[in-house]
Structure formats: C-alpha cells, structure tokens
Design a protein around this ligand. Structure first.
Ligand code: CA
Length: 512
C-alpha cells in the first residue's frame, strides 16, 4: 500500500494518498520518517527539515518558501509557506527548443463528419446562434419544438442546440478589448460540430448587430452562403410570438434537411482538434489525471492531430517552461504578448494570480497557484508548442497549441469551442458535472474515490496511478483510444445524461 507519492527526485515534499490521509506517529515507510502531524489525503508531507526561507520543492520546482522552519514529518499547509514571485515576462529569452524525437504515429483514424471548410466534426448538430441574450427565450422554445416534433425525422442529426450567451446588449462594441467577445460569437458559428450550417437569431436593437455577423460570414472561405440563415425578431413582418416560432422552425427544418444528408466517414487523426482543461483540481490532478492527458496529447500530436491547452492563470507561473517549448520565435512572442495582456487585465481589475486557486483547490491540498500551475501544465504533454491563439481565436495550425483563455471552466470551454475544438478532455479531482453543449467532454477523475462516488459522471478514472496499480503510459493510451471512440460517436457520461453548461463568452470590455 503506497502511503505517499514523491514526483521528482529533487522534491522535499510528498503527497499523502490513502483515502484517510496519514496519522501523526505513523511511519512513512519509503522514507523511514515518522509523521508529526495528521496529513489529509492530497496534502503534502515535509520529507526533510525545510529551514525558514528555504524552497518547498514539488515537480522539481520551487512551489513555495517556508515562513519558518518546517520540521520533517510535518503537514506542509498553506499557512506555513509563502508564494514565490511570478516569473517576469521581460526576462524570458527565446531559445530554439531541441527537436523533439517525435516518431509519427500512423494508422489511427476516426469516423467524423467532413465540413465544406475541410474541418471535421465529431457530432452533427444544428446550432442556433444568437447575437444577443434577449432572444434566448424564443430560441429555447424553438429548440424545444424542433427536438420534440421534428428531430426524429432527421435520424442523422445528433441534436439541436441554442448557442445562448450574455453578450450583445449594451456592450461597448468599439472598446479596446471588445474584439475578444465579438470574434468569439462569430467563430462559435463555425464550430466543426455544426456542419457548416449557420442559423442566426437577433433582436434588432443590440450593439452586436446581425449585419456584423453576416459581413464576417461572407469573408469565410468555403462557407456556402445558402447555408446561412438569419432572422431579426423585431422585423415588422413578424406578428407576435407564434409567428417568430413558426419562421424559425421553418428555417431550422431547412438546415436539418441538409444536415441529415451527412454521414460519418473515416478521417485521419490529423483532422481532429481537441481541447484539454481541468476544473475542480486537487493535488492528485497533477499526479494522475493531468499527466495521463499529457501522454494522450503527445500521442495525438504524433498522429498529426491538434490539441489546445489553455487556462492562462494556471500556466502563468510555468511561463519559463512554456517559453522553452515554443517551436519558433513568432510563437514565443505571441505567447509573451498573450500572457502580458492577461497580466494587465488582472491588474486592471485589482486582482492578481492569487485570485486563482479556489477554497476547494486548497482543501484538496494545493497550497497556491504555483503548485496548481505545475500540475496543470502537464496536461500539455511534452511536445513543442507550434502556435498560440488569443481567446476565441480560430485555430489554423496543427499540433500542440496554447489557446490563451481564462481558467474558469465554462469560459475556457466556450473560448475553445470558438477556436474550433470538436471534443474536450477534462480532468477533475474535486468533481464537476461540467459539460459543453456542442462538443462531447470526456471526464477524467484524479482519485478513485471520486470515480466511485460519481460512478455515472466519470468516463475514466486515473486514481490507480496513485496506488502504483496503473502507469501513466498505460492510462494515456486508454485515454487516446477513448478519444477516438468518442470522436467517432460514442457518448461520454455527461453527454449521455444530457447535462450542459451555459456558454459564457469572455468579455473583458465594458458594458454600458
Ligand atoms: Ca478550468
């Protein structure tokens, strides 16, 4: 029975793994060390005396400094340590990374839906886009009618979904950072799971006008304009609620007719774009689930596919690690620019990086954002970073891409959907029933007790890694195969249960 896990040879702390944690007086067999304190599961034990001011080392990096002497065998809790300074961006220097030994992985395919713009979806969904939240009540009603009365006539269409969000009304359309929510709303209409069909509903008096979206869609290559429809509810021809519903149902049926003609076909993994993120993290996330995701991401990238990792505030403290993995100077500069933008965004709001790490993270054993960052960034695997995207920016390159989004689960999810993911991998330690409305989410638990308690919400448990009963490599392969199955149509737990979170557009600009 493993009592505690030390990740890196240089670490002077280990993480308690037993479900009851460890008790004062117990001997930590691997170290021959007697515990001074009770240490809850997921929390850290000092393996040596850590003098005042000395680093607390986990993942081989300094995650904190001791405020006073922390004797060997103590529980290293938040109150005993200080957070180290954030790495300065202007001190980062570009250095060509070593060429990764990247044996191509051949012969893996998935069954996807090919779109006119050459993107490939994992689902065939009619998405109804909105320019403003005011229309969401009507759109929700239309979705209900389409699903209850019509969808069964279109057996090759997976779902009808309202792309509701809170942007559009009273927004400072021309403000500096307004391009972020605007491009997010625009790019969401092009998500590969929507089959190149764009159905839009607007109110008529909102700041984000339908004409802005229409003008944008006209610039999109390979989007046949006959597949684009729009309706403004303030249009004078519409007399009352029922006429709005009838008009939209008619439009919806035209889109459903075309979507229903599509079939899955065999596609190389180079056509697959996935996103990864974590939420409700604990100290196990960085030990079990996130390294497994990183392994699967490496496999996908080797197979020619694309993986987006995100969550700026969770990787900011790992900036030097990310910088050293940028494949070229341009990627490095864009990374610096995006991280710098986020630093000033937080500063403007009077927040700093300590705003990340939630009470739940801390109960789970994470003392601060540095520890969380190191455990989060392992989701990105080990490949070089081939591109960096701003929030909601559409992906164009392939390989491992950093999409600079907030870490908030549904905001990150919405940004990644706008960037063009067709599937997301999500790890959790504390547990969340999170799911995205237009892309399947594969949920990994970092601890066995979570997967047992939430037996019908978790797709893959990685907790066995903590007991030495499974390896990261083996679990990573399992996840890789699961990604292919889900991309080909298998429903993960949350999708099968029909759980969806609202889309939340990232809006750093003012609202009037
Ligand atoms: Ca998150």
């Amino acid at each position: 029975m493993i009592q505690a896990i030390k990740i890196h040879n240089d670490d002077n702390v280990a993480v308690a793994v037993g479900s009851q944690g460890l008790r004062a007086g117990e001997i930590l067999e691997s170290e021959g060390l007697k515990l001074i304190d009770d240490v809850p599961q997921g929390h850290k034990i000092a393996l040596t005396d850590i003098p005042s001011g000395a680093p607390v080392i986990r993942y081989g990096v300094t995650i904190a400094r001791a405020k006073d002497l922390i004797p060997a065998g103590s529980w290293v809790k938040e109150a005993l340590v200080e957070i180290p300074p954030s790495p300065a961006l202007d001190e980062l220097v570009y250095k060509q990374p070593q060429e990764k030994k990247m044996e191509p992985l051949e012969g893996y395919t998935f069954m996807g839906f090919r779109n006119p713009d050459r993107s490939v979806g994992t689902r065939n969904i009619l998405g109804i886009s909105t320019t403003v939240q005011c229309v969401s009540g009507v759109v929700n009603h239309v979705v209900k009618v389409l699903k209850e009365k019509h969808l069964s006539s279109y057996p090759h269409v997976d779902d009808v979904v309202a792309l509701n969000h809170s942007y559009g009304c009273g927004v400072a359309y021309n403000a500096d950072d307004a391009f972020i929510p605007i491009r997010s709303v625009k790019n969401l209409t092009l998500n590969p799971n929507l089959g190149g069909e764009v159905m839009m509903v607007g109110l008529g008096c909102e700041k984000l006008e339908m004409k802005h979206l229409e003008a944008f869609l006209q610039t999109v290559d390979a989007l046949p304009q006959e597949r684009v429809s729009s309706l403004i509810l303030q249009n004078e021809e519409l007399k009352g609620f029922q006429s709005m519903v009838d008009a939209l149902v008619r439009q919806g049926i035209e889109h459903l007719e075309r979507l229903n003609k599509r079939r899955r076909e065999e596609c190389p993994l180079s056509d697959l774009v996935i996103g990864v993120q974590c939420g409700g993290s604990d100290a196990f996330s960085g030990l079990t689930a996130n390294p497994s995701i990183g392994y699967a991401v490496d496999l996908l990238v080797r197979a020619g596919g694309t993986a987006l990792f995100s969550e700026v505030t969770e990787v900011r403290d790992a900036a030097p690690v990310l910088a050293s993995r940028c494949a070229d100077k341009e990627t490095f500069e864009t990374l610096k620019k995006e991280l710098d933008w986020y630093d000033s965004y937080l500063k403007r709001g009077g927040a700093d990086r300590s705003a990340n790490t939630t009470p739940g993270n801390k109960q789970g054993g994470l003392v601060n954002i540095v520890e969380k960052a190191m455990g989060s960034v392992v989701k990105s695997g080990s490949m070089n970073i081939s591109g960096v995207l701003g929030p909601g920016e559409r992906v164009s390159g392939k390989g491992l891409i950093f999409a600079a989004t907030p870490a908030s689960d549904f905001v990150c999810g919405t940004c990644q959907l706008a960037s063009g993911i067709s599937l997301q991998i999500f790890s959790t330690g504390r547990g969340t029933p999170y799911n995205l409305p237009i892309a399947p989410v594969v949920k990994l638990s970092s601890r066995r007790d979570l997967s047992q308690r939430w037996y019908d919400l978790v797709d893959l448990d990685t907790g066995d890694i903590a007991w030495g009963e499974a390896g990261i490599e083996e679990t990573g392969w399992k996840l890789f195969h699961l990604i292919i199955e889900v991309a080909s149509g298998r429903k993960p737990a949350a999708e099968a249960l029909g759980l969806y979170n609202d889309l939340v557009i990232f809006n750093p600009a003012p609202i009037t």
